[in-house]
Write a new protein. Structure first.
Length: 66
């Protein structure tokens, strides 16, 4: 797997984007009995999305100049 950085970036971006969609996440956490964590999830999910998008962009730039 040569493009491990790209796969990690894209997968993380997709998962973080799903987590940023708070109604879906709130429903899933409530089903699991973990709804106490809903209050701070946006403080974690949005910066995490930015990190994974940046990781994806870095992987694409590195791939282009190879």
């Amino acid at each position: 797997m040569k493009d491990r950085l790209l796969i990690t970036g894209v997968t993380g971006s997709i998962l973080a984007a799903v987590c940023c969609f708070t109604p879906l996440l709130a429903w899933a956490l409530a089903l699991a009995g973990l709804s106490v964590y809903i209050g701070w999830i946006d403080y974690v999910a949005i910066p995490l999305l930015g990190i994974f998008v940046a990781l994806t962009l870095i992987a694409l730039v590195r791939r282009r100049y190879r």
